[in-house]
Design a protein around this ligand. Structure first.
Ligand code: GLP
Length: 541
C-alpha cells in the first residue's frame, strides 16, 4: 500500500481529485467506484469544479457506489442516493442512468445484491474505487467480522458505526441498523483503489491499518492483498503522537506531542533526586504508562542530563543519582512502546530546531547558558551525535590558554567565562573592587547575586555593571564566533534562564559577534526539551 500524507483535508481532496481526473482522461468510459461519508466531499467538490472548467468530462463515465442504508427511502436526505446527487451527480455532466447505488427501498435485498454485483461485472468491473474508512476499520459497510470474503450483501451495522454515523441524523434511533454493501471481495476486484482518511478520529484506525497484519477485525487491512492501493490521508489522520519526557534536577516534565509538534497534554512530577535511581525511573515509567493509556502515543522519548553510554545504554549524571544507570532497560520493562533516550541539551536543540526558532533552518546550534554551557548541534534537522554519541560539549572549548581550571580537568573552558555561573562570579569580583557602586546597592537590596543582577544595575545607570556586562558579552561572543566559524549554521539559538533578558542580552551580543548568521533567543524555552524528547520517537532522529 502506497501512502501519501498531505498537510490537510484540502490537499488530500485535491490529490485524490487529480487521480480520478487522470483516470477519466485516460479512459473516458471508465467505471468509478464511489464512496459516501464526510471524507470524500472535498474530492467531489474538486471534481465538480474541474468539470465546470472543462478539465474532465463525465458524459461516458459509469459509477457504482459502495453502499446504501437499508431500509431507506431514496429521497430521504440521509440516503446515500440523496448524498451522491447533492455532492456529485447533479453538479457534473454525468448521465444519471450511468450512476448506480444499491436500492435501499427494495423488498428483496438478496436479489438486489445479486443484481448489483452482476451489474458491476457486466460493466467490466471497477477501474478506480474510492474508499473512506470507518473509525472501526470498516470499508463500505463491511464491519469487523469473521467472514469477509463477501460480495454485495445485506449486513448489520455495529453499534460503533451507528454511533459514528448518528451525527448526520436527528437522533441515534433514526440511524438504520442495516445496509446493503459491496463486499470485501467485490472491492478487491477493482483495478485501482484510493483510500481516503482525514482527521484525528481516523488516526487510530490508520495506524492499525499501517502497522498491523491482515485481520478481519480491521476490515481495511484486507486491502493489503491488493496490488494497487494508495492511501491518501492528512497529517492529523496519519501523524503519530509521541510522549516526551524531560528529566531535570527538580522536576520531570511530560508532554504528549502531536504531528504538528504541539504539546497537547502536559504534566510534571518532582524528581526527588534524594531517592535511589530505581525509584525515580519507576515513577517516570508509571507516569508514562498512565499517559500512554490515555493518548494514542506510539513512542516515548526521554531527555536526560548527563553522559549517555549508548553502547551500554546507561546514564551517568552528576546532579542525579545516575551512575551507569540502565535507565533505558528499566523503562522498557514497563513501557510497552519503543523508548528512545538522548541528552537533555540535545533534545532541547532538536525541539527548537524543528518547532521553534530553528524551524526554517536545516542546521542550527543551541547554546544553553546555565551553571555550565550546554550545546546541541543540529545538522539536517537531526542531532549530531559524534562517533560515540557525546558530541556537542561546546562549553568545554578552550577560549583562554592557561585560563581558569575547569571541572573537566582542562583550563580556560568557555563555560568558565560565559555561563551564568561565570557571570555571577564576574559580578561578585566587580562588587568587591567597587563596594560603593550601584551594582553593590542592587545586591544589598536583593540579598542575592544572580544572572539578572547586572541587567538590573545597568538599567539604573551603573558603569561598573556596564563594564562587567561588556566583558561577559565579549566572552560569550568569542565562543559563538568560534562555533559559527566551524559550523556556519542557519541560526544560533540562546536558551537558559538568562535568555529571559531578551533584547538586553541579544542586541549587544549580535553586535559583538558581528556575523551574518542570525542569533536568536529560544522561542520554546522549557517546552523545547519536551518537544525534542518526543521527536526522538520519530524515525531517523
Ligand atoms: C460510512 C460509509 C463508509 C465511510 C465511513 C466513514 O459508514 N459507509 O463508506 O467510509 O462511513 O465516513 P466518514 O468519511 O464520514 O468518516
Amino acid at each position: 500500500m502506497r501512502v501519501i500524507v498531505c498537510n490537510d483535508y484540502d490537499e488530500m481532496s485535491k490529490r485524490a481529485a487529480k487521480i480520478v481526473a487522470s483516470q477519466i482522461t485516460l479512459k473516458p468510459n471508465c467505471v468509478l467506484g464511489l464512496a459516501t461519508g464526510s471524507t470524500p466531499i472535498g474530492l467531489y467538490d474538486n471534481l465538480a469544479e474541474m468539470n465546470k472548467l472543462g478539465e474532465i468530462d463525465f458524459s461516458d463515465v459509469t459509477t457504482f457506489n459502495l453502499d446504501e442504508y437499508y431500509p431507506i427511502n431514496l429521497d430521504n436526505d440521509q440516503s446515500y442516493h440523496y448524498f451522491m446527487n447533492e455532492h456529485l451527480f447533479t453538479r457534473v455532466n454525468i448521465d444519471i442512468n450511468s450512476t448506480h447505488l444499491p436500492n435501499g427501498q427494495t423488498d428483496d435485498p438478496e436479489t438486489e445484491c445479486e443484481n448489483y454485483e452482476k451489474m458491476i461485472n457486466d460493466a467490466g468491473g471497477i477501474d478506480l474505487q474510492i474508499l473512506g474508512i470507518g473509525q472501526n476499520g470498516h470499508i463500505g459497510f463491511n464491519e469487523p467480522d469473521n467472514n469477509l470474503n463477501t460480495v454485495t450483501h445485506l449486513t448489520g451495522l455495529t453499534q460503533s458505526t451507528i454511533e459514528a454515523n448518528s451525527r448526520f441524523f436527528e437522533k441515534k434511533e433514526d440511524v438504520p441498523t442495516r445496509a446493503l454493501t459491496m463486499g470485501i471481495a467485490s472491492i478487491l476486484k477493482s483495478r485501482k483503489i484510493v483510500l481516503l482518511a482525514s482527521g484525528r478520529t481516523k488516526y487510530k484506525v490508520v495506524s492499525e491499518l499501517l502497522n498491523e497484519g491482515i485481520n478481519t477485525s480491521v476490515p481495511a487491512t484486507m486491502l493489503k492483498v491488493h496490488p494497487d492501493v494508495v492511501l491518501i490521508c492528512d497529517k492529523e489522520a496519519y501523524a503519530s503522537m509521541y510522549l516526551g519526557v524531560d528529566i531535570g534536577g527538580t522536576s520531570i516534565k511530560f508532554g504528549v506531542v502531536d504531528g504538528f509538534n504541539n504539546i497537547v497534554y502536559k504534566d510534571s512530577l518532582p524528581t526527588q533526586k534524594d531517592k535511589p535511581a530505581r525509584a525515580i525511573i519507576d515513577n517516570i515509567a508509571k507516569a508514562c504508562k498512565d499517559i500512554t493509556s490515555r493518548f494514542p502515543v506510539t513512542a516515548v522519548g526521554v531527555g536526560t542530563p548527563g553522559i549517555i553510554d549508548f553502547a551500554k545504554k546507561t546514564v551517568t549524571a552528576a546532579n542525579l543519582p545516575f551512575d551507569n544507570t540502565p535507565i533505558f532497560d528499566w523503562l522498557k520493562e514497563s513501557i510497552n512502546l519503543p523508548v528512545y533516550i538522548n541528552n537533555d541539551a540535545n533534545c532541547a536543540a532538536l525541539g527548537e530546531a524543528v518547532a521553534g526558532e530553528g524551524a526554517g533552518e536545516k542546521d542550527m546550534l543551541m547554546i544553553t547558558l546555565g551553571t555550565g554551557i550546554g550545546g546541541g548541534i543540529i545538522i539536517d534537522k537531526k542531532i549530531y551525535m559524534g562517533a560515540k554519541g557525546d558530541a556537542g560539549e561546546i562549553g568545554h572549548m578552550c577560549i583562554e590558554t592557561n585560563g581558569k581550571p575547569c571541572s573537566c580537568g582542562n583550563r580556560g573552558c568557555w563555560e568558565k567565562y560565559a555561563s551564568v555561573s561565570a557571570l555571577i562570579e564576574q559580578t561578585e569580583e566587580a562588587v568587591l573592587k567597587n563596594p560603593n557602586s550601584i551594582l553593590a546597592n542592587v545586591i544589598a537590596k536583593n540579598h542575592v547575586v544572580d544572572g539578572k543582577t547586572v541587567f538590573e544595575a545597568k538599567q539604573k545607570g551603573c558603569t561598573v555593571a556596564d563594564a562587567v556586562f561588556e566583558q561577559y558579552i565579549e566572552y560569550l561572543a568569542v565562543g559563538i564566533r568560534n562555533i559559527i566559524n566551524i559550523f556556519r549554521p542557519g541560526a544560533v539559538v540562546i536558551a537558559g534562564g538568562i535568555s529571559e533578558a531578551g533584547q538586553a542580552l541579544l542586541d549587544p551580543l549580535v553586535k559583538k559577534v558581528d556575523s551574518s548568521v542570525p542569533i536568536k533567543i529560544s522561542r520554546l524555552q522549557n517546552d523545547a526539551g519536551i518537544i525534542g524528547a518526543a521527536l526522538l520517537g520519530e524515525k531517523n532522529r
